[in-house]
Design a protein around this ligand. Structure first.
Ligand code: SF4
Length: 203
């Protein structure tokens, strides 16, 4: 096991015992993340839903199946990518995560990104996109473009749950965004290692 894999495992253990915000009181499991720890692309959603909370794995319901389908269309397999959320514990009733919960949890995500070291981070929906890009604009305006971000590329797109609600129009825009991810991956040459102090990236 490499140092990064070991550090990620330790981080997961820390998260599993975390009580840093009120979501610890109502969660069933901590949904830390899932996928390849050597992934070139990492997806960041909002927070676990009911199925994810029960199973401890992100994106396992209908939204997860849709995500898997979009991945297959650009020749990526679920096991090749890494998937995590902005908050690791389910907000009760699937409400939006609150600012203090995001603040309490964002360090885990920052560490996951640093340790997995993906070339592309695709933010799924408004919460992840606003956290990384620090933009007040909504996902509808921000998607469709690739943004340089701390020696990586951020490609924002809709949350798959929005495609389930929004039908073919949202789905076709997501397809465009996944083609953009594919294009970035095929053109990216790995940049220099990120300095640890850049972990203030969400600060
Ligand atoms: Fe800890 Fe994050 Fe869960 Fe809050 S949501 S208890 S900060 S792991």
């Amino acid at each position: 096991m490499t140092d990064a894999h070991e550090a990620l495992r330790e981080l997961e253990e820390r998260a599993r015992a975390c009580t840093a915000c009120r979501l610890a009181e109502t969660r069933t499991t901590v949904v830390f993340g899932d996928g390849s720890t050597d992934a070139r692309v990492m997806f960041v959603g909002e927070g676990p839903g009911r199925n994810e909370d029960l199973q401890g794995v992100p994106f396992v319901g209908a939204a997860g199946q849709l995500l898997n389908r979009l991945l297959e269309e650009v020749d990526l397999r679920r096991e090749d990518v890494y998937i995590a959320n902005v908050v690791k514990c389910r907000p009760p009733g699937n409400r939006d995560p609150r600012p203090d919960e995001i603040e309490a949890c964002k360090g885990y995500l920052a560490e996951q990104i640093r340790l997995i070291d993906p070339e592309v981070v695709s933010t799924l929906g408004n919460f992840a996109t606003k956290l990384l890009l620090k933009q007040q604009m909504g996902i509808t305006r921000l998607r469709g473009h690739a943004y340089p971000w701390w020696n990586r590329t951020v490609v924002p797109t809709f949350h798959p749950a929005a495609a389930l609600r929004g039908g073919e129009s949202v789905m076709s825009q997501m397809r465009e965004d996944f083609l953009l991810i594919e294009g970035v991956l095929s053109s990216t040459t790995k940049m220099e290692e990120q300095e640890p102090e850049q972990l203030g990236l969400f600060g």
